[in-house]
Design a binder for this molecule. Structure first.
Ligand code: UN1
Length: 508
């Protein structure tokens, strides 16, 4: 089945395709066209922001517990359509089916969490300096939110924005990645079906350029109050600069070069398992994917040999077949990935199992399942000998490539884990709890794992990073409420006379 995708502004599909028509293809079989996508121009982004602005006051009037019921219905609908949505994710972006099911479950978890938040959205009562006066705080919606998301988590990560934004009384303009347009459309349809009014959630199918221009127009017209963006550091920086001009601080979730430290006292099998999952799962296309493993010198050779064996034995190929990883999301990702390989190959020991670069009939991989010639598959690669001087140490490759480096002392490990500029996720494998606590204390990453991989966030913990990984904003759990509401204070004086703060304070 081929999906037809177009922008939907206040319930009206946009058939203009000012930005042209794009074919979204199954990366495991490029002959399979998943969707024909009518791409909008910048004017549609502006129209969507206007529609969201018009719908916002009515949506905000609906009591938060009732908005929570809409979110609950969305969760139940997603659950009822779990397999279908997971199959679509696997077909459109090539994520292994088990991980796609996990991704859909993450939406359900998010809805479950925010259903309850609809009954909480607490404010506070605060004592005043003066008698007969009471102070209060309230959370108020920010207004119109513009959410721009990436193809690698085409459903769960959008839900991290959409669900709390809607719950808090905001309206939304959502632009999914073009490469996951059909998943975007399917999720938006479930939200409308659950009772989110049409103008409250507006879907824009557009490329990055039209979106950026549209955001600029809408921000200038005062139609957007908060931008949420998940994607590259480069685009995040541009969005941040644009928002700054309008005195806004976006919610950013950007790249990572996530380190995994293996201490000599670690359980090496556990560390190998964690490195395999976070380095090569989803073909390394998570923002939380493992970048470099730093291994204490005395166990380096043993770790590397077990890691190389595990990678050699891993099954790669058709993502519906229970593989460790499937294709890269797009041929452009593969081209960029091969450029990284060109960079590293002359200087390091590279461990691919049977080859490096694209998996083809001429450059095959042992145990590969699927049709290599029709899909965008690449060999897993381990690059040994990475030091802080290497480009690879600080370059996010967004593919199945893991660097390995060594260190002697714990202090060196911390410096290596912190020195690449990113600060999203970091892991340490150790059997000594004091190493774990010291690592947590000194590591700049927003998310720390102990004896667990760098990936695998849960829906109710703060998610986000520092440095090149973001501006410190956090998603998920109660912490995201600070992105989608603003604090309003109120003072209420019942003294029957003007009481002046600071001047009329009671003296003892
Ligand atoms: C991302 O790659 O943008 O923790 C998000 C994880 C996933 C989310 C990753 N649950 O790896």
């Amino acid at each position: 089945m081929q999906h037809k995708c177009a922008s939907v502004v206040a319930g009206v599909p946009d058939q203009q395709a000012e930005g042209g028509v794009l074919l979204s293809r199954n990366p495991a079989n490029l002959d399979d066209v998943v969707a024909e996508v009518k791409l909008a121009g910048a004017e549609t982004v502006l129209a969507a922001a206007q529609a969201a602005r018009d719908a916002q006051p009515e949506w905000a009037k609906i009591p938060a517990p009732v908005r929570g019921q809409v979110i609950a219905r969305l969760g139940r609908l997603v659950e009822a359509n779990k397999e279908a949505l997971a199959r679509l994710i696997t077909r459109e972006i090539g994520k292994p089916y088990a991980e796609s099911l996990g991704e859909v479950q993450e939406i359900v978890d998010t809805c479950d969490f925010f259903l309850g938040e609809g009954r909480r959205l607490y404010g506070q009562t605060v004592p005043s300096e003066m008698p007969d006066k009471q102070l209060f705080t309230f959370r108020v919606p920010v207004g119109v939110t513009a959410i721009v998301t990436a193809a690698n988590f085409p459903a769960a990560v959008p839900s991290w924005y959409l669900v709390p934004a809607l719950l808090c009384g905001n309206t939304v303009v959502w632009k999914p990645a073009e490469l996951s347009a059909a998943v975007g459309q399917a999720l938006a349809e479930l939200a409308w079906h659950a009772g989110v009014p049409q103008g409250v959630l507006n879907l824009v199918q557009a490329d990055g350029k039209a979106t950026f221009t549209g955001l600029e127009l809408a921000l200038r017209a005062g139609l957007i109050d908060k931008v949420g963006f998940t994607g590259s550091t480069e685009v995040g920086r541009a969005i941040s600069e644009l928002c700054g001009r309008y005195l806004q601080s976006p919610c950013l979730e950007l790249g990572g070069k996530n380190p995994l430290v293996v201490m000599a006292d670690a359980n090496l099998d556990l560390a190998v398992e964690g490195a395999l999952f976070s380095g090569f799962g989803s073909a390394g296309q998570r923002c939380t994917s493992l970048g470099t493993v730093f291994v204490q010198r005395e166990v380096h050779d043993e770790f590397l040999s077990r890691f190389v064996t595990a990678v050699e034995n891993a099954v790669v190929g058709d993502p519906s077949q229970g593989v460790l990883y499937g294709p890269l999301i797009d041929t452009r990702y593969a081209e960029r990935f091969e450029q990284y390989l060109d960079l590293v190959q002359p200087h390091h020991t590279v461990h691919g199992s049977t080859g490096t670069g694209r998996i083809t009939d001429a450059n095959p991989r042992k145990g590969f399942v699927g049709d290599a010639e029709r899909g965008v598959f690449v060999h897993p690669t381990i690059v040994d000998g990475v030091t802080a001087q290497d480009d690879l140490y600080r370059t996010e490759t967004f593919g199945p490539l893991v660097g390995v480096g060594t260190f002697d002392t714990f202090d060196e490990a911390v410096d290596l884990a912190n020195g690449h500029g990113y600060g999203l996720s970091a892991a340490i494998y150790t059997t000594d709890p004091s190493n774990a606590f010291r690592f947590r204390e000194r590591c700049r990453a927003g998310m720390i794992s102990v004896n667990n991989s760098t990936s695998g966030a849960e829906a109710h913990l703060p998610f986000g990073g520092n440095g090149l990984s973001g501006n410190g904003s956090r998603q998920s759990g109660v912490w995201v409420l600070d992105q989608f509401t603003r604090w309003q204070s109120m003072n209420w004086d019942y003294a029957g006379k003007l009481q002046k703060a600071q001047m009329d304070m009671v003296e003892l």
